[in-house]
Every structure is written in C-alpha cells, then in structure tokens.
Design a protein. Structure first.
Ligand code: MG
Length: 170
C-alpha cells in the first residue's frame, strides 16, 4: 500500500505535469499567433509529452489502488516577447520540475516505498533529457539573436519534431 504522504505528493506532481502541459500549449498558441509554425509544432509535441507524464503517474496510482485527485490547474502566461524568452522559461521551468521529482525521490526513500522509487527513476532520467534539450535550444536562439534568416532556419528545424508516446505508455 502506498502511503498517504506519497499519494498526495504524487497527486501534486500530476497537477504539476498538467500545468506544464498547459504552459507549453500556451507557448504553442503564442508561436502560432506570431507565424512561427515550427516553434508551435515543437511546443505542441511538448504539450503532449507533459500529458503523458501525468498519465504515467495516473496509471501508477491506479495500479497500486491509490486515488487520483485532479486538482485545479493554475493559469499560465499567455504571451512571450520572443522565442528566446520561451526557451528561457522552458529551461527554468524544467529545472524546477527536476527539483520536484527529486523531492518525490526523497519522500519515496523516507517512506521506504521501493516501487514508487523504481517508477520515479524514469522521471529522473527524463529530466536530464528535458533540461539538456531546453539548454541546447536556448543556446541556439541566443546565437540566432534577431537575425531573421537564422530564426527562420531554427523554426524550420523545430517543424521536423514528431511526437512519440513516452516509453512507459508504449
Ligand atoms: Mg514533465
């Protein structure tokens, strides 16, 4: 049986993953409005991935007979000054999520909940990837600056991203 403390921590994480999804959807909408279809495509894939993260936790809770609580999702920013600002926010948000996952790991260790610890390992690895990707793209946008051709090239590159369901759902 999964402890009450662990359950409520996971329910808060489900909410945080859904908020992440909402944040990236908002970035996609802003990029679409500004005729940056590649960036919009990239954030739409990100939006789906965050929903996958919530789903993985929901499946895990259900498998262990715990109750999933869908808490209210807070509002998100609606507009960014530039794609550079979007990727700045993306990186700092993912760094925060990493800290949240680390807190869950600490709770699982304290509760001696080894099943949850095992499930969390995928998220620990995933966060390394999320931060690395966001950091690389942030650097690319910093280098592009206000050079229109460089920005267009980056937008075209991000148009190529395709969504794949997260491995634990496959
Ligand atoms: Mg996530």
């Amino acid at each position: 049986m999964i402890s009450e403390r662990m359950q409520s921590a996971i329910n808060r994480q489900i909410n945080a993953e859904l908020w992440s999804a909402y944040l990236y959807l908002s970035m996609a909408m802003d990029a679409e409005a500004k005729s940056l279809p590649g960036i919009a495509n990239w954030f739409l894939a990100q939006w789906k991935e965050e929903q996958d993260h919530a789903r993985i936790f929901q499946n895990y809770m259900n498998a262990r007979g715990a109750k999933v609580l869908l808490l209210p999702v807070d509002g998100v920013p609606q507009e960014w000054d530039s794609p550079l600002e979007m990727f700045r926010d993306t990186l700092s948000h993912e760094q925060e999520v990493t800290q949240m996952i680390d807190r869950l790991v600490r709770i699982a260790l304290e509760e001696k909940d080894f099943a949850t610890l095992s499930r969390l390992q995928w998220f620990v690895d995933e966060q390394v990837e999320e931060e690395d990707t966001a950091e690389t793209l942030l650097t690319d946008f910093e280098r592009a600056g206000r050079d229109f051709t460089a920005l267009k090239d980056l937008d075209n590159r991000l148009a190529a991203r395709t969504y794949h369901p997260a491995a634990p759902l496959g």
